[in-house]
Design a binder for this molecule. Structure first.
Ligand SMILES: *Cc1c(COP(=O)(O)O)cnc(C)c1O
Length: 395
């Protein structure tokens, strides 16, 4: 029994208790400072308490915070206009969490399939990828293949078919006459920052267009500047039919998510068919607008692209020290530690002792996703800490 026993055990946090955050730096209750190399799984892409986001938040706190969608408010349409312009789409539907936005995309795709494509009612299938992570709701875990995430939570929602990640031919084989959409992460985050082979996203775009099914890109973690582009699909010049956004859209302060698509897709939803008490609330919309304004000039995207080689070279230099694989796109990296040396967890615990916070994903994989406001020097400091930990472990 621990002092935390009032808290359900659905997480196993590192033994660090944060009290403050500013930019890239988190400070614990004892005053010890850490470099944040996780950025709340990319939800804090702009750093902790970014001044523009705090200003938008404070201004809105003094006006109105929650109206529900029963009434209009003056923040939502400007947010929708900005976000759709950023994505080059016509409509958005606001929700709160990433999982809710994924659920929204599934509902929209199914209804689009029945109404527009003419798929037989209640027979729709959606093709997903092995190793996917799209959230924790009962429907979303139904098409996860992570047994730990799904065992004992059945019965599962039917209507999903799985293809190996990175294999476009397998996606095509999984499409049948009932298929309404292909739902994939352009880079698999939770799986350990797995980057598909070059050309995969382009081929999935061609295949989905050829078969008349929607391409849904879950950019909840990969999107909004993390990879050096606004969206990870931009690296292959691909435009999906639907973007699923979350995490960084809330500016590190609130849950804000959305699906963004053209009118011929999102327009199938009519009043009463989908919604959320908090989705698109004034505070969330004000913060979401501030986030889009930060993204419009492209500086965060460029910063991530500029630091990519620093991160890659720093990590690749450790491949003779216990790092067995390095995957980098923008300011986002997944590494695998030689399992005979340590688990990802052990490395993260030792990194925390050295003042760097990162999180293992599966077994021996660790993900690095520092806030995009990180300096080259701070980035080097984090990599040095990792080098120190690996040295200590191999002694
Ligand atoms: C985090 C994540 C989600 C779920 O977001 P929540 O806000 O935790 O519900 C969905 N898809 C991807 C790709 C994610 O990384």
């Amino acid at each position: 029994m621990t002092e935390h026993d009032a808290l359900a055990h659905n997480y196993h946090p590192l033994p660090v208790t944060i009290a403050r955050g500013e930019g890239v730096v988190l400070t614990d209750v004892e005053g010890k400072q850490y470099l944040d190399f996780l950025a709340s799984y990319s939800a804090a892409n702009f750093g902790h308490r970014h001044p523009a986001i705090m200003e938008a938040l404070r201004a809105q706190l003094d006006r109105v915070t929650l109206t529900s969608r029963a009434f209009l408010h003056d923040q939502l349409e400007p947010f929708a206009e900005k976000l759709t312009r950023l994505a080059g789409k016509q409509m958005m539907l606001p929700m709160n969490t990433g999982a809710e936005a994924v659920e929204t995309a599934i509902k929209v795709a199914r209804k689009w399939g029945y109404l527009v494509k003419g798929v037989e009612r209640d027979r729709a299938t959606i093709v997903v990828a092995h190793g996917n992570f799209h959230g924790r709701t009962t429907t979303v875990i139904s098409f996860s293949d992570d047994e730990h995430a799904r065992a004992d939570f059945g019965p599962y929602t039917p209507g999903f078919r799985t293809a190996p990640y990175g294999d476009a031919d397998a996606v095509e084989r999984a499409i049948d006459e009932h298929t309404v959409a292909v739902l994939i992460e352009p880079i698999q985050g939770e799986a350990g920052v797995l980057i598909p082979p070059e050309g995969y996203l382009r081929r999935v775009r061609e295949i989905t267009a050829k078969h008349g099914v929607l391409f849904i890109a879950d950019e909840v973690q990969s999107g909004l500047a993390r990879t050096g582009e606004t969206f990870a699909v931009d690296h292959e010049g691909v435009v999906p039919d639907m973007y699923v956004l979350g995490k960084a859209l809330g500016g590190g302060v609130l849950p804000v998510s959305a699906v963004v698509a053209d009118r011929d897709v999102l327009g199938v939803i009519e009043p009463g068919q989908h919604g959320s008490t908090f989705g698109g609330n004034p505070l969330a919309a004000a913060v979401g607008s501030a986030v889009v304004e930060l993204l419009e000039p492209g500086d965060f995207q460029r910063q991530a692209a500029r630091l990519e080689p620093v991160l890659r070279e720093g990590l690749e230099a450790l491949t003779d020290r216990g790092v067995v694989d390095v995957r980098v796109r923008g300011l986002w990296a997944g590494i695998d530690i030689d399992p005979s040396l340590a688990t990802g967890r052990e490395v993260c615990e030792r990194l925390a002792e050295r003042g760097v916070l990162a999180k293992d994903t599966h077994g021996s994989s660790i993900r690095f996703s520092p806030p995009l406001v990180i300096t080259e020097q701070q980035l080097a400091q984090g990599i040095d800490a990792l080098s120190g930990v690996l040295g200590e472990l191999s002694r």
